[in-house]
Design a protein around this ligand. Structure first.
Ligand code: A3P
Length: 283
């Protein structure tokens, strides 16, 4: 476990906690970042299945694409590196809709937002915090549970993040996906992604992509030398084993006490009372 303090690892930008791996200069410069019309954004709150989705998307293209680390990670040179890429860019981000570089919105770039039920997201994030020296130390699940509900974790409140994006549910250039749907019927979700990105994929292609994107394949792939490029999506650890932990739906049941569950549901119901998509979360 890390001994680093929160003050050493976290800074606030526009009211949201970022790790010091996201430099303030970079965050300030996002407002003027030049998007390209064919950029594809892969948007998520952390621990929602970003790597899984990235793996699927990169396999769907038969032309050269580059998947980058999240746009908000790095220092100011990051933007120049992105500008210099000559291939099509698949750009992940954990930013709230309101913090997204405006040019992505103006150019109506395609964006795919993946979400996961927030109880499992919290548990996944707890393990990630606990085992990752680049994140502040958390001593217990109970302590992390409180931090998560208050939004005092990297990328801020799960609720604010989701709601900021849900407001754009009807935008034609944004596709909303759920982790649990990928677990239930991956081929169906892959077809939906292919259609959204206007990519041809035969049934055989989809079958291949799904078998290469299973949890065990992706976990094992991290141990191979030329592993899947989608693994670069994470900028907070070079230990890929931290990313592919359990890959299950409902692991929260092994962590939440009945009292924590009641508290979580109360807050969920209150914060999400105007959300049309709240009912889509599978527990
Ligand atoms: P767990 O910690 O619950 O295992 P992200 O990529 O956004 O950081 O999300 C990481 C979570 O997605 C981890 O959840 C990880 O195990 C899960 N995940 C990654 N690849 C997966 C796959 N192929 N199938 C199912 N879950 C996967």
């Amino acid at each position: 476990m890390s001994n680093s303090t929160e003050a050493e690892l976290i800074h606030m930008f526009k009211g949201i906690p970022f790790t010091t791996r996201s430099s303030p200069e970079l965050l300030k410069s996002l407002d003027t970042f030049d998007a390209r019309e064919d950029d594809v954004l892969l948007v998520s709150y952390p621990k929602s299945g970003t790597h899984w989705l990235a793996g699927v998307i990169t396999k769907l293209y038969d032309t050269e694409v580059t998947i980058t680390s999240p746009i908000e990670f790095g220092d100011i040179s990051k933007l120049e590196e992105l500008n210099n890429l000559s291939t099509k860019r698949i750009i992940p981000t954990h930013l709230d809709y309101n913090m997204l570089p405006p040019n992505f919105k103006k150019k109506k770039c395609k964006m795919i937002y993946i979400s996961r039920n927030p109880k499992d997201t919290a548990v996944s994030m707890y393990h990630y915090y606990r085992d990752n020296p680049n994140l502040p130390t958390v001593d217990t699940w109970t302590a992390f549970f409180d931090l998560f509900l208050k939004g005092n974790v990297v990328c801020g409140s799960w609720f604010d993040h989701f709601l900021s994006w849900e407001e754009h549910e009807d935008d034609k250039n944004i596709l909303f996906l759920f982790y649990e749907d990928m677990k239930k019927d991956l081929p169906k979700v892959v077809k939906k992604i292919a259609l959204f990105l206007s990519l041809n994929a035969s049934d055989k292609d989809i079958q291949d992509i799904c078998s290469k994107s299973s949890f065990s394949e992706m976990k094992n792939d991290t141990e191979k030398e030329n592993s899947d490029p989608s693994h670069t999506v994470c900028a907070l650890t070079s230990n890929r084993k931290l990313i592919f932990r359990k890959g299950a739906v409902g692991d929260w049941k092994n962590h939440f006490t009945p009292k924590q569950n009641r508290r979580f549901e109360e807050i969920f119901n209150e914060k999400m009372k105007l959300s049309k998509m709240a009912k889509c979360f599978i527990y």
